[in-house]
Design a protein around this ligand. Structure first.
Ligand SMILES: C[S@@+](CC[C@H](N)C(=O)[O-])C[C@H]1O[C@@H](n2cnc3c(N)ncnc32)[C@H](O)[C@@H]1O
Length: 290
């Protein structure tokens, strides 16, 4: 978020409204909303008026802050958010970081696959940070594919981050189930497969906050058990990676041991867990055996 100059009294008034309406972290959201209006619409609108009131009303209706603003921030990028597409989360920045390091270490023109791309956050950050990379992302949901293509176009045009893309980096987004849309010639040739797939059990839905209920259920729930897509991706990694290639899959922090077992069962080696910034198990990382 740009650090627009805002009137602290206006921020306090907005925070009081949000707090009275039961919105969590009201003070933080109030400042971001006022800064957004000043930055995008202008200082006069940020001092009150219908634009700010409209945004505050939407936040009071528990629309996620990122959907109210229409944008979010992920690693070095400012990304567009759209209704009906999963909002990227801060913990996924760590997952993307592991993929970026693996791709950067893989030599010139690394090949990276990112199924389940959503807004394209992971794919865009790899294109932004890894010189020479070729990224192909997929999503089954047409709305996600459209948004990911938009965010990728902004990244390659230098609009999401003035320093992006990295030299020679390219990306594209295809619609379909996991790796179905990928050129079969890439089978066994992929350096990095990274995904933040749906991984929660469907029954968890009753515990989700009003904001989380704005994300599509199919983006969050992997099935009745929750681990279905994680298991399928680890099995795909065992055939699509080149020997020594790396798979990184974001997981439910309650199911790290299970994810390690799934990786080993798929025939992958050197399986380990990566923690997010709160210390929770957040990804399983493994390699294709020689
Ligand atoms: C948890 S969201 C993650 C989005 C993005 N990778 C991120 O980290 O912000 C999961 C995404 O997977 C997509 N998805 C679910 N099942 C899929 C499948 N079988 N094949 C491809 N994409 C799928 C959903 O549409 C959703 O966009």
């Amino acid at each position: 978020m740009g650090r627009a100059r805002v009137d602290d009294e206006v921020v306090r008034r907005v925070a009081a409204r949000l707090d009275a309406g039961g919105v969590p972290n009201a003070a933080v959201d109030a400042r971001l909303l006022v800064e957004h209006v000043v930055e995008v619409v202008g200082a006069a609108a940020g001092c009150g008026g219908s634009v700010l009131d409209g945004l505050v009303d939407r936040r009071l209706a528990r629309v996620p802050l990122q959907q109210v603003l229409g944008r979010t921030w992920f690693r070095t990028l400012e990304l567009t958010c759209a209704p009906g597409v999963f909002i990227p989360r801060p913990e996924t920045e760590v997952v993307a970081g592991v993929a970026i390091a693996a791709a950067a270490a893989a030599g010139p023109a690394p090949r990276v696959l990112e199924p389940c791309t959503g807004s394209g956050a992971i794919a865009c950050s790899i294109v932004a940070e890894v010189p020479g990379v070729q990224v192909v992302a997929t999503d089954v949901d047409p709305a996600a594919v459209e948004l990911a293509r938009h965010n990728l176009a902004r990244t390659t045009a230098g609009q999401a981050d003035p320093d992006a893309p990295a030299a020679g980096a390219t990306g594209e987004v295809r619609q379909g189930h996991l790796l179905d849309p990928i050129d079969p010639a890439w089978r066994g040739q992929v350096d990095v497969l990274v995904a933040n797939p749906p991984y929660l059990p469907l029954a968890d839905r009753t515990t989700w906050s009003p904001e989380v209920l704005h994300d599509p259920t199919a983006a969050l729930a992997g099935g009745p058990d929750g681990h279905e897509v994680v298991d399928e991706l680890l099995e795909l990694a065992a055939t699509w990676l080149r020997v020594g290639g790396t798979v990184i899959v974001e997981i439910d922090d309650r199911r790290g041991e299970e994810a390690l077992t799934s990786a080993t069962r798929a025939g992958l080696v050197s399986a380990r867990l990566v923690q997010d910034l709160t210390g929770r198990d957040r990804a399983v990382v493994a390699q294709r055996a020689g």
